[in-house]
Every structure is written in structure tokens, then in C-alpha cells.
Design a protein around this ligand. Structure first.
Ligand code: IMP
Ligand code: MG
Length: 183
């Protein structure tokens, strides 16, 4: 790619290898199966776009009847800062009243996105509503919200890969890496 379309200079340091992510999913899947044991059909809701890789791996690890749906909440452009204002850009296709729902998120950062989405979905009266996030940055929290299950807690660092982007790039990395600016 030419330098002119490369944006700011940065490099990526591997932080969580693909194998460690796979191992963690294999650990969490039985916990989710146990929690939702006996469900007729679990609605697994991926928050676009960052969860698309995680949800693909997660549903294949779950020995449950699942339905896959997606919801897109707005984020603050391409910047490294999360938005405090959350808008729904794409709503679910499924009706979730009386049903079991698992929300799949890439990262819980300030918590505003998850807090807003959970409030919206809870108001629709699901039977059970839980959340799994691949990453959690507790040091950044502004709203008191927690995922039911978390892949990894990380420090206040900007990360990419495994579906997560920096200015729409690097979602296709198989590992999770930290962005190091200016190099
Ligand atoms: P929150 O509303 O501040 O919790 O933001 C959550 C969303 O911000 C995540 O779903 C990501 O899309 C984005 N985000 C937060 N931290 C990072 C990061 O380190 N890299 C890329 N995106 C991030
Ligand atoms: Mg996101």
C-alpha cells in the first residue's frame, strides 16, 4: 500500500496470540452452555462490527441451538475515543421477548455502548439476557456495567485484531495486538 493512504504511522505488538484466544473460548463455552442449558434457541447477538470474528468462533464452540443476529450501535467515527452518545444504526431482526439472549461484544471500554444496548434489549422482556466480551478495560470504565463472561482483562491500551479495528484497519489480524503510535 502507498504511503499516501497509510494514515498515521504505527506498529502492532502481539498481545494475545490466536491460540490463547481459542483456548479461552474453549474454557468459556461450557460455562455458557451450563448457564443456558435447556434453552429452546439462544439468540446470540453480535454487536457490529467488532464482534464478527469472535461471534463466528463462539457459536461454533457452543453445543446449544443458536440463532445469530446482529445489532449496530454508533461509535465515534474513527478516533481512538469511544462515544458517550450511543445510537442504534441497525436493530435486531429477531423478536427477543421471552427468549434467551447472549450479547457478544469485542471490548467493554467506557461501558457506554454495553450499558445502552443492554437497557434497550432488557426493555423488550427477554427471558434471560447475558453478555460476553472478548476484552475488558476496567480502568476506562465510566458507567457501571460488566459482561457476564470476559475473555481477557487488559490495561488501558488501544488494541486491534480479531475483529477489532483502528480506523477500520487490522480487523483481519488473527491475534490481538496493541497499537504503538509513531513508529
Ligand atoms: P465503550 O462504549 O466505551 O465501552 O466502547 C466500546 C467500543 O469502543 C468497543 O466495542 C470498540 O468498538 C471501541 N473500542 C474501545 N476500545 C478499543 C480499542 O482499544 N481498539 C479498538 N476499538 C476500541
Ligand atoms: Mg464495538
Amino acid at each position: 500500500m502507498g504511503a499516501s493512504d497509510a494514515g498515521p504511522a504505527y506498529r502492532i505488538e502481539e498481545m494475545i496470540p490466536a491460540g490463547a484466544i481459542a483456548d479461552r473460548i474453549a474454557e468459556l463455552a461450557p460455562q455458557i452452555e451450563a448457564h443456558f442449558a435447556g434453552t429452546r434457541q439462544l439468540v446470540v447477538v453480535g454487536l457490529l462490527r467488532g464482534s464478527f470474528v469472535f461471534i463466528a468462533d463462539l457459536v461454533r464452540a457452543l453445543d446449544l441451538v443458536v440463532e445469530v443476529d446482529f445489532l449496530e450501535a454508533s461509535s465515534y467515527g474513527n478516533a481512538m475515543e469511544s462515544s458517550r452518545e450511543v445510537r442504534i444504526l441497525k436493530d435486531l431482526s429477531a423478536e427477543i421477548a421471552g427468549r434467551d439472549v447472549l450479547v457478544v461484544e469485542d471490548i467493554v471500554d467506557t461501558g457506554h455502548t454495553l450499558h445502552h444496548v443492554l437497557g434497550l434489549l432488557a426493555a423488550r422482556g427477554p427471558a434471560r439476557l447475558e453478555t460476553i466480551a472478548m476484552l475488558d478495560k476496567p480502568a476506562r470504565r465510566e458507567v457501571d456495567v460488566r459482561a457476564t463472561w470476559t475473555g481477557f482483562e487488559i490495561a488501558d491500551e488501544f488494541v486491534v485484531g480479531y475483529g477489532i479495528d483502528y480506523a477500520q484497519r487490522d480487523r483481519n489480524l488473527p491475534f490481538i495486538g496493541r497499537v504503538v503510535l509513531g513508529e
